[in-house]
Design a protein around this ligand. Structure first.
Ligand code: IPE
Ligand code: IPE
Ligand code: MG
Length: 254
């Protein structure tokens, strides 16, 4: 059974079940220090390790990290190669440690156009950690929300064409179950570092009721304190999901 979607209602304990992070600002971090962009990406991996630790520490159940967007292929080939290399190194170096900490790794995004060695690594990471019941670490790699949504629509259309589903039965739940994030609750909190205030094609369907926190910090500087600051902003928000959470007391004539 799929877990309760977090849009079912407000959580009482103020801790987000699912935090998603747009890890942005590696290039600017490097530029500010007169370093090549790849140095920012390299330091960004260390920030990612800190974020995973913080998520476990604060009892977040799902952490989604935007590692490479479907639009990031537009970058110079040598930068793309560095980002691919860092993903490989992260999986190779950190998988044992993640597994030891009961982290379940899942990958969302389009895999077919990735190099075979990366595909194998991603599949291995998922297979090895499948039974883990700690933090779910969802790696969005070669991910683009519009692509994901179109793919879900195509799947439904093919099932309808083949007579396996009735088009009239298509609803939000059946649509969501065809997304890469099927069985993963919607993000409660989306953090974007670097001061940019946009989603850049990240979790567009799933973000419908997410709380957005934009932070000026550049990703390589992201640490436990920044994570806690984002959690605090989240805790101070009032999530209404379109409803009236605290109806004004009905005044009765006395
Ligand atoms: C985020 O940092 C990493 C990826 C997008 C892969 P950037 O590389 O986008 O850094 P800025 O935005 O240029 O500073
Ligand atoms: C979003 O950052 C993608 C990732 C963090 C992986 P970008 O740096 O690619 O986004 P834009 O180009 O500023 O919108
Ligand atoms: Mg950027």
């Amino acid at each position: 059974m799929s877990p309760a979607r977090s849009t079912d209602g407000p959580r009482s304990d103020q801790t987000p079940i699912h935090v998603a992070i747009i890890m942005d600002g590696n290039g600017r971090w490097a530029k500010a220090r007169g370093l090549p962009r790849f140095e920012g990406h390299r330091r960004g991996v260390e920030a990612l390790r800190r974020a995973v630790r913080s998520a476990i520490e604060h009892d977040v159940r799902y952490l989604t990290i935007y590692s490479f967007s479907s639009e990031n292929w537009r970058r110079p080939p040598d930068e793309v190669a560095v980002l691919m290399g860092l993903l490989k190194r992260f999986i190779r170096n950190d998988l044992a440690d993640l597994h030891k900490n009961a982290v379940r790794v899942r990958v969302i995004g389009e895999r077919e156009s990735l190099a075979p060695d990366i595909r194998v690594l991603l599949e291995e990471a998922e297979a090895i950690t499948r039974e883990n019941r700690g933090l779910s670490l969802i790696v969005a790699f070669n991910y683009g929300a519009r692509h994901e949504i179109v793919a879900a629509a195509r799947r439904l259309a093919m099932e309808a064409r083949d007579g396996r589903i009735d088009p009239d039965s298509i609803d939000e739940e059946s649509f969501a179950s065809r997304l890469d994030t099927a069985d993963i609750p919607d993000p409660d909190l989306i953090i974007r570092t670097s001061g940019e205030m946009r989603l850049s094609n990240f979790l567009l369907w799933q973000a419908a009721y997410a709380e957005l926190v934009f932070m000026p910090i550049l990703w390589p500087d992201f640490d436990e304190a920044a994570f806690v600051a984002a959690l605090e902003q989240y805790a101070a928000r009032e999530r209404r999901f379109g409803a009236v959470i605290k109806p004004t007391a009905v005044m009765t004539a006395s």
